[in-house]
Design a binder for this molecule. Structure first.
Ligand code: PEP
Ligand code: MN
Length: 342
């Protein structure tokens, strides 16, 4: 339920409504950054819904009361009709420009990461991606450089000015990763790690939340709701392919998810064509399709020497292929009235 206050509502009328929400056992949540005061009533409203609508409608300063039928409330378009823009340093995600974040799957060394950062920046990427804490299927595979990897990413940012996106896998590492990262990535395998979602929700850091391998769009939005309801509105959703019976590619890109998410939520939407396909040869097609379908950003893997990459080499583009792809993406963006500056 949302309570839309009158444009002339006084502070004390707003406060009385908030007090009443608390008194009856719910939690008021203000939508910041919006001129008109809109208060979301959070909690399981169950059978008392109808009575509550009438009760709040009769309070001073209240213009309207609306029920939000979606299970996700704060992530819903009904609650926040305008698209949200997430600001990462001087980069805006969810505005006209389709933001490309590119870089290695794993940070392997300072030289590799700094060189790649320069290369992807020259091609038009606006953010650098790279994993320092890696979720690997096998415990014997390279697990990432940990804090050393974060330090290397910070160095690459210092040299290129590109904001950095990096994964955080554990609640105990959130504070550490926040010290270095501009954007916290929640990986597909952790999309439903609720303790981790709450912990990143308690920070103000932008978060890229990747869709789980076997998760519905609805589940992704409920996970976003965990983060926003802790007070962090800076959530970017990321489609990265799902597991299906089809095994010709690593995952199956759910292109449908893009328009569905754009309709159901105000949050910016990215797509990761590297994990979605698993083969560098298919990355370009799916990236172009995603831009045409309306994404706000692309997150993809680039490596200088894919055959020797410590993770995800087969799906990593070489810098020269990435540069060529960026030229195409900027044309596709223009065709759908967006921009990609290269
Ligand atoms: C990654 O971005 O390198 C990664 C591990 O992604 P995902 O969580 O989507 O598998
Ligand atoms: Mn990867």
């Amino acid at each position: 339920m949302i309570i839309i206050m009158d444009t002339h509502a006084t502070e004390s009328e707003v406060e009385s409504v908030q007090r009443e929400i608390n008194r009856i056992g719910f939690r008021p949540f203000m939508n910041p950054g919006v001129e008109r005061k809109v208060i979301a009533v959070l909690g399981e409203l169950d059978v008392r819904k109808a009575d509550l609508v009438d009760q709040f409608k009769s309070m001073d300063g209240v213009a309207r009361v609306e029920l939000i039928s979606d299970l996700w409330k704060l992530a819903s378009r009904s609650y926040h009709p305008e698209p949200s823009v997430v600001q990462v340093r001087d980069v805006k995600i969810g505005a006209d420009e389709v933001v490309v974040a590119a870089g290695p799957c794993s940070v392997e060394s300072e030289r590799q990461t700094v060189e790649l950062a320069h290369a992807v920046k020259a091609a038009g990427a606006k953010m650098l991606r790279g994993g320092a804490f890696k979720p690997r299927t096998s415990p014997y595979s390279f697990q990432g450089l940990g804090e050393e990897g974060l330090r290397i990413l910070a160095k690459a940012r210092e040299e290129t000015g590109l904001p950095i996106v990096t994964e955080v896998m554990d609640t105990h590492e959130v504070d550490l990763v926040c010290k270095y990262a501009d954007v916290l990535q929640i990986g597909a395998r952790n999309m439903q790690n609720y303790a981790l979602l709450k912990k990143v929700g308690a920070t103000k850091h932008p978060v890229v939340l990747k869709r789980g391998l076997g998760s519905k769009v609805r589940d992704l939005l409920m996970s976003a709701e965990y983060i926003i309801s802790e007070g962090n509105q800076n959530v970017i959703l990321c489609e990265r392919g799902i597991t299906t019976f089809e095994d010709s590619t690593r995952n199956t890109t759910d292109i449908n998810a893009i328009p569905v998410l754009k309709q159901w939520t105000h949050l910016p939407v990215m797509l990761d064509p590297s994990h979605a396909t698993g083969h560098w040869q298919f990355v370009g097609s799916i990236a172009r399709a995603a831009v045409a379908a309306g994404v706000d950003g692309i997150l993809l893997e680039v490596h200088g020497d894919p055959s020797h990459a410590m993770s995800d080499g087969p799906q990593s583009l070489k810098p020269e292929n990435f540069t060529a792809l960026m030229r195409q993406l900027s044309k596709v963006a223009a065709a759908v009235e967006r921009t990609i500056q290269i």
